[in-house]
Design a protein around this ligand. Structure first.
Ligand code: GLN
Length: 482
């Protein structure tokens, strides 16, 4: 039977002839079938994936050199454009729409030999923390189907969690890769803002959005990052320097690190005491292993969630104005010859409630009477946070935080309490507000039987050191229970 451990091991077996890309794709298609009830996928490209696998097997057997993601089976979140394939952001407003071009990340995956097996479910327009807001229905956590998988990239997380693909892509605007990774017990990386081109990623909040990577181990994550990042003439915010060869430099000898953590975060009454306890224990182990752990006071903790929701809803209200029934997919025509009525009905019927709420909130904070009171002030707070981040990374190599206040919670638990739902983003939005890279490492199991991780951040564009320390921590501090 096909068994997967890492891209490296898979490639060794392909070279030895002990497995094939077709065998891999067949295995994952079966897994997708077995876990269909979790609702992680919205489209599965079965025939196409098998065909690609067969042609890759033939090329390899004919002696062609193996590109770096040869035969690697990947799923992508339904917000990332894949030419001639359905793209809907899990929204009815894009019903029936097919992308006419590839996202840059997708072009790079395909050029490197990856096989895209399907698109994954998510919260509509990536707005949410539970994957309960999707036109395709909710996604269930594979470890305990009564619990949410996290969101918004819940489908991508469950796809990796339940071995329905090797690696998957999500998007992270305020935690949508790190938090579902945390709830599902896998690795989730949000790179530096600008590390991966956003061309072809459906925009939620453009100054926050970043494509992220789910995997079960660090070497796979590093390799995919290396392939899909880099400058892009189609995205002026993409970093202009070529990415480093992360996957080749992972095993650099560990040096003692200066690591900061926010005192207020670890002491927060909102944080599950067992999560706080395990993080403290991790800090002691790190200290024993020669690293320096320092509490840093973070006086802005209470401001980050409001700041995030003011700025992201403002950007969303503008970004989503393009979905008007004229340019894409769905339209609702009731009254003829009334354009305003046409826009209004299309948008009222096409968008789900959470998205409409955020468009209204965003329009409110941008309205002339409230712009200064909300939008301008939130921008000022963002500036303070960036200054604080610069100070921290002048002194420290890494910053450690929890990912979420709790482990995965029951489906429906926070549905009627949007404020509680938004507040649960408290630990992840910081890295999007400031642009730094963050990773969720699945180190722990809670006594309630669910996994959780630790969130680590480094300075902007310091993914290499982030991945190096992640690789070491996964080997040294991961709970053995599986
Ligand atoms: N939970 C956050 C929100 O709803 C994050 C979403 C995301 O990162 N896409 O905005």
């Amino acid at each position: 039977m096909f068994k997967y451990d890492s891209i490296e091991q898979y490639h060794t077996e392909l070279r030895n002839g002990t497995t094939s890309c077709e065998e891999a794709v067949t295995f994952y298609l079966e897994q997708i079938q077995v876990h269909q009830h979790l609702n992680a996928f919205v489209h599965v490209f079965a025939e196409e994936a098998l065909e690609t696998a067969r042609s890759q097997d033939a090329a390899r057997k004919a002696g062609a050199p193996l590109p770096s993601l040869h035969g690697v089976v990947i799923a992508i979140k339904d917000v990332i454009a894949y030419k001639d394939h359905p793209l809907s952001a899990a929204s009815n407003i894009l019903k029936g729409f097919k992308s006419i071009y590839n996202a840059t990340a997708v072009t790079k995956l395909l050029d490197a030999g990856a096989i895209i097996i399907g698109t994954t479910n998510c919260d509509e327009f990536a707005m949410g923390s539970t994957n309960e807001h999707s036109a395709f229905g909710k996604v269930l956590n594979g470890i305990d189907p009564t619990k949410v998988p996290g969101g918004s990239s819940g489908g991508s997380a469950v796809a990796v969690q339940m071995d329905c693909c090797m690696v998957s892509l999500g998007s992270d605007t305020g935690g949508s890769v790190r938090q579902p990774a945390d709830f599902c017990g896998i690795v989730g990386l949000k790179p530096t803002y600008g590390r991966i081109s956003r061309y072809g990623l459906i925009a939620y909040a453009s100054s926050f959005d970043q494509i992220g990577i789910f995997s079960k181990n660090i070497p796979d994550n590093a390799l995919v990052l290396e392939v899909i990042s880099g400058p892009d003439e189609f995205d002026s915010t993409a970093h202009t320097e070529a990415p480093e060869a992360y996957s080749k430099a992972l095993k650099a000898p560990g040096k003692p690190l200066k690591i900061a953590y926010f005192k207020e975060a670890i002491e927060s009454p909102a944080l599950d005491p067992e999560i706080a306890g395990r993080l403290r224990e991790l800090f002691s182990r790190l200290e024993k292993d020669g690293h320096q752990l320092c509490p840093v006071s973070f006086e802005y903790l209470d401001y980050i969630v409001p700041t995030y929701y003011i700025l992201t809803t403002a950007e969303a209200s503008s970004n989503l104005s393009r979905f008007d029934g004229v340019k894409y997919g769905f339209r609702h025509v009731d009254k003829k010859n009334d354009l305003n009525e046409f826009y209004c009905q299309t948008r009222s019927k096409g968008f789900g409630w959470e998205v409409k709420k955020r468009i209204m909130l965003g329009s409110f904070v941008l309205s002339s009477g409230y712009y200064d009171a909300y939008f301008t002030r939130a921008q000022q707070v963002r500036r303070l946070l960036v200054d604080k981040t610069n100070l921290i990374f002048n002194q420290f190599d890494a910053l450690v935080l929890p990912n979420a206040p709790s482990t995965a919670f029951p489906i429906g638990e926070k549905s009627d309490d949007p404020i509680a739902m938004y507040l649960a983003d408290i630990f992840t939005v910081f890295s999007n507000l400031t642009g730094v890279p963050g990773i969720s490492l699945p180190l722990f199991w809670h006594s309630n039987g669910l996994p959780f991780g630790v969130q680590v951040m480094t300075n902007r564009f310091s993914e290499l050191s982030l991945l190096q320390l992640s690789n070491q921590w996964m080997a040294a501090y991961k709970d053995s229970k599986q």
